[in-house]
Structures are given as C-alpha cells and as structure tokens.
Design a protein around this ligand. Structure first.
Ligand code: BGC
Length: 340
C-alpha cells in the first residue's frame, strides 16, 4: 500500500528529474536544464513533502473526476438529475471537496519501452463519490522520455454511465520557481477561440468567442504580462487569465496546444494533447502569504498552469465537446509537457 507522503522520482539521461508524491499524484518538482546546462525546478510549490501535504493541494495534482467548474454542481445524464458537492461558491470545482487531488494513489513502477522511466498511479472512486455516478477506476501513467517529455496518460473506466474530465494542475515558471512572476514569459496558444467567463468565479457563459482583437490572442507569441495588464473585461474579471482555450484543429489526435518560454533562462516548454481544450491559469489568487520553494512567498502570477481538458461545464453545454463516459468504455487523455 502506498502512503500519502511516499515520494517517487523519474529520471532520464539528460538529468531531467520529475518528483511526485502519492497524495494527489502531486508533481512536486520538475528539474530541467537550459541550453547552457543550468538546472532549475520549473514548477512552483514547496521545498518539502510536509510542505506539499500541508499546502495548496492543487499544485501539480491530478484533478478529477471533473476538472474545472460545473455550474451549481448539477448535470443531467440519461434523464436523471445529479447534484455534485459544491466547493466553489455555488459551483463544483476540480472534482469537489474531496477531489482526486486529495486521494492517495496506489503507485507502481512500470517498464515501458517508450519511457526512460515510468510510474502507474491507480485509484478506485466508489459509486456516488462526490455525487458522481458509477464506480470509476482510473489509471494515470507518468512517463519521462529521453527527449525530455513528461507524458501523462489517463485511462478510466466506469461501471455506470458517468461524466469525466481529468487534468494535471502544475504551475510552471520556466526561469525557476521563486524567481518572480510569469509576466515576462512568452506564450503561444494554438487557439483562435476561447470560452468567455461570466464573473469573478469564472464559470463559462457557453459562448465560444474569437480571440482576435482581445487580450486572449496568443496566436502570435507575446509576453503573458501584455494580457495581464490589458484593458480587457475578461482579464479584469479574474485579474489575469483563467480561461479555457479551444485548441485549433481538434480531432482527437495529439497536437500542439501551447508553447511557453522563460526569457531569462531560455527554457521552453511545449504542451501537446489529444483533448479539445487547455485552461490557462495565471495563479491570480496567490497573494504572497504562503511560503514556497527557496523560502520565497508565492506571489500573484508566480506560475502558470496549462491544464489540458474537455471544456468547463461541458455536461451542461450541448454544443461543447462530450464529457460523458459510457459504462465499460475507456476515457483516454494524453498530455505531453516537452522541455526544450
Ligand atoms: C482554476 C482556477 C482555480 C484554481 C484552483 C484552476 O484550474 O481555473 O479558477 O482557482 O484552479 O487552484
């Protein structure tokens, strides 16, 4: 049996090192070199396992059963109404009060030829857990390749029809955790459209809007700070970016979703996924009261999360991609964070 505080490390021949703990499958550090071989830990968080266990439980965690928000925690499936736990004002966020980020995953090292090293994390969530129908068995594989890719593969199966949307919630700062904000990071998002939100809680309106002529336009690479300080109503609502982007050309195959670059270090990361969306969240709720890595306060915009996903509130938006998982069928999701 794995314990919450058990620590696991993935390494490859390029000195890349990914560390995670069993509780929430929380990725607690990712150490990568830049072109000059200078190493840095590029995810924000805490210096110790105790810090991770006591701190923000979404940092680097697997979020589920439904990552992001479901309005009022309600949805209908096969003519039946379901009420999920609410933990975000009147809404359901990241799987509820006791989401997958708080569960201790069973962790096992696996030998897979495509990876330098890999681990399999598994979790069984009972029928009715947080209000969701069906007993859901989830297996998440964390694999590190010799091409400096952290590959996250999700596979889940339920014994009843249900809804699902899993994601990974690491906040990146490619110049290194604790080196300042990500305002200077250059970001490109492969999305002509995004899903606007209706208020400071961040639930989606259901609209699918063009990014063109808004601060959300990252088709051409720009500094995140340009958007953070823009006179844009969508940015002002949440004091940053906390939005789902609609990945161009979605067809269920793995494709480029976004590219991030830390200008001081030259470290870059590309994000690939087979999912239709990516939530970009600039960590606007951090206020410097929590102490993070290197004893530095975790300040507003200290990191940016790039959460590959189905869209927020898809179960209530018929025109959004389908989030239903039929009994006995497999939900599959691949997310690749490639460090360059
Ligand atoms: C959401 C934010 C939320 C955060 C919690 C993000 O995925 O988009 O609105 O505050 O998770 O850590």
């Amino acid at each position: 049996m794995t314990k919450a505080s058990d620590v696991f490390t993935l390494k490859n021949n390029n000195q890349v090192e990914v560390t995670f703990i069993a509780r929430g499958g929380q990725i607690t550090s990712i150490k990568v070199p830049n072109a000059n071989g200078e190493m840095a830990d590029v995810v924000i968080g805490y210096d110790t396992v105790e810090g991770a266990l006591a701190g923000d439980t979404y940092f680097g965690a697997i979020c589920g059963r439904y990552a992001n928000r479901i309005v009022k925690g309600q949805f209908e499936l096969n003519g039946q109404e379901f009420q999920l736990d609410t933990n975000n004002g009147p809404n359901h966020l990241h799987g509820g009060v006791d989401g997958f980020n708080l569960r201790t995953w069973e962790v096992e090292k696996v030998d897979l030829p495509q990876f330098a090293q890999a681990y399999k994390l598994s979790l069984v969530s009972s029928d009715g857990d947080q209000g969701y129908p069906g007993e859901l068995t989830t297996i998440v594989t964390y694999g590190l390749t010799e091409d400096n890719e952290l590959v996250i593969e999700y596979d889940a199966v339920s014994d009843k029809d249900t809804i699902i949307n899993l994601t990974s919630h690491a906040y990146f700062n490619l110049d290194g955790a604790g080196t300042g904000t990500i305002a200077n990071h250059q970001l490109t998002i492969n999305a002509d459209k995004f899903t606007p939100i209706d208020g400071e809680i961040g639930t989606v309106t259901g609209e699918v809007a063009e990014v063109k002529d808004t601060a959300m336009d990252f088709i051409t690479t720009k500094a995140i700070g340009e958007a953070l300080t823009a006179d844009c109503p969508q940015v002002k609502l949440v004091d940053g970016i906390d939005h789902n982007f609609v990945i161009n050309g979605y067809d269920g195959m793995v494709r480029l979703a976004a590219r991030l670059e830390g200008p001081s270090s030259g470290r870059a990361m590309e994000v690939y996924t087979d999912q239709p969306g990516v939530q970009i969240y600039t960590g606007s709720h951090f206020d410097g009261t929590e102490i993070g890595k290197q004893g530095k306060p975790i300040e507003k915009w200290a990191g940016v999360a790039l959460e590959t996903q189905i869209f927020p509130d898809s179960p209530n938006k018929a025109h959004f991609p389908e989030a239903v998982l039929k009994a006995g069928e497999h939900y599959r999701h691949t997310c690749v964070y490639k460090f360059i």
